[in-house]
Write a protein of this length. Structure first.
Length: 118
């Protein structure tokens, strides 16, 4: 599974941004996809995940209520709508895919940088 993340950029605090993760040729064995981020000096953090079959989603407490994950089955693309961005959201954002039966996310996109300025 090849993942292509895009949509990052430099924004101001309070702004919104939408990240995209295209999964061309997504195999039917993909169970769910997730968005992660890693900020300098911080742990790798899962933000949200979405089940491909039914669109059920879950979020980390750090982004719940501000970020929304969604998917377009036709385009085989997962989105992360990020609202009310803060300086603490500055990080490298990754999308990842997990296959049915797997515990770990095996496939990762290249990362897209989000920088929030004051």
């Amino acid at each position: 599974v090849q993942l292509q993340a895009s949509g990052g950029g430099l924004v101001q605090a309070g702004d919104s941004l939408r990240l995209s993760c295209a999964a061309p040729g997504r195999p039917l064995s993909v169970s769910d996809m997730g968005w992660f981020r890693q900020a300098p000096g911080k742990e790798h953090e899962i933000l949200a995940r979405i089940t491909w079959s039914d669109g059920k989603s879950s979020y980390s407490d750090s982004v719940k209520g501000r970020f929304t994950i969604s998917r377009d089955s036709v385009l085989a693309t997962v989105y992360l709508q990020m609202n009310a961005l803060t300086l603490e959201d500055t990080a490298l954002y990754y999308c990842a895919a997990r296959l049915r039966g797997d515990v770990e996310y095996r496939y990762w996109g290249q990362g897209t940088q989000v920088t929030v300025s004051s």
